[in-house]
Design a protein around this ligand. Structure first.
Ligand code: AMP
Length: 235
């Protein structure tokens, strides 16, 4: 087995605004190192779907797009991180979203993980994918989707051959509701005000690294892999 899919990688936190390619990079890291990607949004949606007590408490808050209170998340995250597939490392996506959550996560590792010899014994490395605000607007406002086959285009960066029509089936392309410019500006501002305290928390601890997110996908991954290698407990 390749070294990077067998040795300890440690916890990885990915930060990045909507449109920065965080989801794409999380998947590539998960595949490269064979570690799970853990999204608190997905975990919460599963609770809502299964009608658990947590799900009932979170449902309306999530529907409004507000943050679920910190204390409601901790048991759910701790339980997930204790599962066997997390033992070499994992990628957190969407957590921590507040400085309090970041502090809780550090305390979790110090108390629960460092005394367990077979666990990845290090604090999270935090990778922020940076993309210029105007480039994000271009990426997000240009996005068009085919309502029939789901193929995604970008009128600025990857336009269809015929204006506004799907290359694959000729359908008229549509703009998703949350890709409209006023909504996008709001999403970007919400991200900025939410994430700033988290980034500042990790920057103070000297654990925040940034990668240039405007490069092609594989070059962004290469930068991320280099940072992970530098930080991995076995490095
Ligand atoms: P996401 O899929 O990451 O966009 O998350 C969907 C929703 O779940 C968010 O809008 C929040 O309501 C909730 N959520 C997910 N992660 C967190 C978190 N770390 N802190 C608070 N709320 C969260």
């Amino acid at each position: 087995m390749a070294d990077h899919t067998s040795r300890s990688i440690g916890p990885i936190v990915l930060l990045g605004p909507p449109g920065a390619g965080k989801g794409t990079q999380a998947k590539l890291i998960a595949e490269h190192y064979d570690i799970p990607q853990i999204s608190t949004g997905d975990l919460l949606r599963a609770h809502v779907k299964n009608g658990t007590q947590l799900g009932a408490m979170a449902k309306d808050i999530m529907a409004r797009g507000d943050l679920v209170p910190d204390e409601l998340l901790y048991d759910m995250v701790a339980e997930r991180l204790r599962e066997a597939d997390c033992s070499r490392g994992f990628i957190l996506d969407g957590f921590p979203r507040t400085a309090a959550q970041a502090g809780w996560l550090d305390a979790y590792f110090e108390h629960e993980v460092f005394d367990k010899p077979n666990r990845a014994r290090c604090l999270p490395i935090v990778i922020r994918i940076d993309v210029d605000y105007n480039d994000l607007l271009l990426r997000l406002t240009g996005r068009r989707t085919c309502p029939v086959c789901g193929h995604i285009y970008n009128v600025h960066l990857q336009p269809p051959r015929v204006d506004e029509l799907c290359d694959l089936d000729g359908s008229k392309l549509v703009t998703r509701n949350d890709d409209r410019e006023d909504v996008i500006r709001e999403r970007l501002q919400a991200y900025d005000s939410q994430t700033r305290p988290v980034a500042e928390y990790y920057a103070r601890k000297g654990r925040l690294v940034s990668v240039a997110g405007m490069l092609p996908v594989d070059q962004v991954s290469q930068q991320i892999f280099q940072e992970i290698e530098r930080h991995a407990p076995g490095a």
